[in-house]
Ligand binder design. Structure first.
Ligand SMILES: [Zn+2]
Length: 404
């Protein structure tokens, strides 16, 4: 057998590919498409009226010197996408939604050299965009709203214009100058789709740490085991917190919470009245109340209840109310003053949290947390209406559009 140096290179490459290609089924990155010719036209899923996306085909725009053309691989459906689909509260129709997307660079203007973190960008790199401006790293989504989201290159919230490729629910996205873009080629497809929701929890845990109460050995209760609560548990586990009790009303979700790293679970449906429920939480910690609590549901009653799970001098992070869920009743004397509870609210994320999230996802995989399983349903672009209806029916956890 004639083994020259070229053959050896090939063998080494194959062995290395075999070593690194161990990602779960469905989560592997799509093969590079950078070499494939770019078509003249491409599809977008445009929300043309409430509860109705239409697949439309447009000519791909020219790629300017400061632009990046991305072939979309996939995009998660956010709760806000579902709200916009149902009621158009943001008044964006007609619009191409999708802000939890990722894809591969297939064309770049000559001025584009680096991403928003200063990392090199090349053809074939996998990227995500972020809703936060790179010009001001400390700005949060909350401030951004005040500064008019519509004026920024926030992909998935840009109303339709002559470009059309403005959101990630599409075959291609044109990333324009001034956008926040990150090279995340070292993450697999499902991890990249999960970056945006995970950043929400990385931020919440950062907010919780500002109380000085949350430590590696804290007893922590996480109430609500939808995607937000489950990712919250995962973030806590990657920072070394072991003593976690998950609270929810669905056995299936509580089971998943344990896979994500919760030590114990409490099903609130098994307890009559808040006193008994609080007792169950206390028993889960061996007769102690929680040092810290994360409230991850959008239910006002859940907010009222959670104070009863927290010890004197403990802390609370409230992050469940992405939309107005109504008023919650608490007793300020018993719930806050007499117990000296420190409370923080958390909302979306900062740019710094976004970058930190890339490493969180690697750590989560490294310690064996089944992050991929959070994506329970995938749909092709042409089934986007059904994908949103599935989301609105609250079936599964995270739902994503995956382009094949
Ligand atoms: Zn989102």
């Amino acid at each position: 057998m004639d083994i020259n140096s070229k053959n050896i290179e090939d063998i080494v490459r194959k062995v290395l590919e075999g070593m690194t290609g161990g990602s779960a089924a469905g989560a592997a990155s799509a093969p590079s498409t950078a070499a494939a010719p770019i078509p003249k036209t491409a599809r977008v899923a445009m929300l043309v009226e409430k509860e109705k996306y239409e697949i439309k085909e447009f000519p791909l725009p020219p790629v300017g010197d400061d632009d990046i053309l991305v072939k979309v691989e996939g995009c998660g459906i956010c709760g806000t996408d579902a709200h916009e689909f149902k009621r158009d509260p943001f008044n964006l129709i007609p619009v191409v939604l999708g802000h939890e997307g990722t894809g591969e660079i297939v064309k770049m203007g000559k001025n584009v050299k680096k991403d928003s973190a200063g990392k090199d960008l090349h053809l074939g790199d996998k990227v995500v965009t972020c809703m936060i401006f790179k010009d001001n790293p400390d700005i949060t989504m909350f401030d951004l709203n005040k500064q008019n989201v519509g004026g920024a290159d926030v992909y998935g919230l840009l109303p339709d214009d002559d470009i059309h490729f403005n959101g990630w629910f599409s075959d291609y996205l044109l990333i324009r100058k001034g956008s926040t873009v990150f090279n995340v080629s070292d993450l697999d497809l499902y991890s990249r789709v999960l970056i945006e929701p995970c950043a929400v929890l990385v931020h919440a845990v950062e907010r919780a740490k500002t109380t000085g109460i949350l430590r590696f050995n804290s007893r922590v209760v996480v109430q609500g085991c939808g995607p937000i609560g489950l990712i919250c548990i995962a973030v806590l586990r990657t920072m070394g917190i072991q003593n976690i009790t998950a609270v929810d009303g669905e056995e299936k979700r509580l089971e998943f919470a344990k896979q994500m790293g919760a030590d114990r679970s409490v099903n609130f449906k098994q307890y009559q009245g808040i006193e008994n429920l609080a007792k169950a939480v206390e028993e889960s910690f061996g007769g102690h109340l929680a040092d810290f609590a994360f409230q991850c549901t959008g239910s006002p009653i859940a907010h009222s209840n959670i104070y009863k799970f927290i010890r004197n001098g403990g802390g609370l992070c409230e992050l469940g109310f992405f939309i107005n869920g109504g008023d919650a009743t608490i007793n300020p004397h018993f719930d806050i003053c007499a117990k000296e509870i420190t409370t923080v609210g958390s909302w979306v994320y900062t740019l710094r949290d976004y970058a930190t999230t890339f490493d969180f996802l690697k750590r989560a995989k490294g310690i064996g947390l089944p992050m991929d399983k959070l994506i329970t349903h995938t749909f092709p672009l042409e089934e986007i209406n059904e994908a949103h209806r599935t989301n609105l029916r609250m079936e599964g956890l995270k739902i994503a559009i995956i382009n094949r």
